[in-house]
Design a protein around this ligand. Structure first.
Ligand code: GUN
Length: 282
């Protein structure tokens, strides 16, 4: 058996096309969604992401505001910028690229963003809204994973899902989203005992640990749907958290790296910006 490849690149392109259509309709009513991205420092991977975000924002017809600040920017100055963006009616979404320099209190920065403009879904209020099943801004990467899972599997109700990784950005919100769709969810992590056996129970396996090839082929239940969130730069190029060649021989469907989850993340950022704009103008 060879797994079906879940084509995140094509899915993201369709999603962006739909978003562009909705932006057109908004602009006809005099509303142009605006997304502000803030980058502090010169982390090379972050620079690549921020450039891609700006480009795709403009491509769907939104306004992109980019703020690049030196690595030694004070927390006070960053908070002042966030305050101005919170107050700016042309800005509907705000994203502060992580990681931030060491001297900054990440939680304080994230929680300074107006929750209604928090297109990352990282603000404590949005985390709480998601956890209690209320209308939240949802983190982009797990939202993209959920869209692909629903598209491939339909109803997720009652399915056994294992999320490997417990980060605030991916693992925890992914588990909340799967739970909201009535899947039976387990979060696994570095201290989980007998991880291979646990993974073998999963109809849906989400790998988000940031370790190349960590999930082995014989950890996968035959026919399972595997979502690989890993983006690991290695001498062999970009690889995921799943041993892809071994996994594709066992799984029913799998997201490739690159071309799986990655392209969906920015498309969902644009979707969240559209949502934030629509909610403000409702
Ligand atoms: N750095 C890596 N992933 C993300 C993300 O989804 N949002 C932000 N703001 N920073 C990131």
């Amino acid at each position: 058996m060879t797994a079906t490849l879940i084509d995140g690149k094509a899915f993201a392109a369709r999603l962006r096309q739909g978003i562009a259509g909705q932006v057109d309709a908004m602009r006809a009513r005099g509303i142009t969604p605006g997304l502000a991205v803030v980058l502090v420092g010169e982390d090379p991977a972050s620079q690549v992401y921020v450039r891609a975000k700006g480009k795709q924002t403009r491509e769907v017809g939104m306004t992109s505001f980019e703020h690049r600040l030196p690595a030694d920017t004070s927390e006070r100055d960053l908070l002042a910028l966030i305050g101005r963006l919170n107050d700016d009616p042309a800005v509907n979404g705000i994203l502060v690229q992580l990681p931030l320099p060491e001297h900054m209190d990440e939680a304080a920065i994230i929680n300074a963003v107006d929750p209604a403009k928090d297109v990352d879904g990282f603000h404590i209020l949005n985390v709480g809204l998601l956890a209690t099943g209320q209308k939240a801004m949802v983190p982009c990467t797990p939202l993209g994973c959920l869209m692909m899972l629903r598209d491939h599997l339909g109803d997720l109700s009652g399915r056994r899902a294992v999320v490997v990784g417990r980060s605030n950005i991916v693992g925890k919100p992914m588990a909340q989203l799967l739970l909201r769709d009535s899947a039976t969810v387990t979060i696994a992590h570095s201290r989980t005992q007998d991880l291979p056996s646990l993974c073998r129970e999963a109809d849906i396996l989400v790998a988000a640990v940031g370790r190349p090839g960590f999930v082995k082929g014989d950890w996968i239940k035959p026919g399972a749907t595997v979502i690989d969130v890993g983006i690991n730069r290695t001498p062999d190029g970009l690889v995921g958290d799943v041993d892809f060649e071994a996994a594709r021989a066992v799984a029913g469907a799998i997201t490739p790296v690159p071309g799986g989850v990655g392209p969906m993340t920015i498309a969902c950022l644009l979707a969240n910006t559209l949502t934030a704009t629509a909610r403000k103008n409702d």
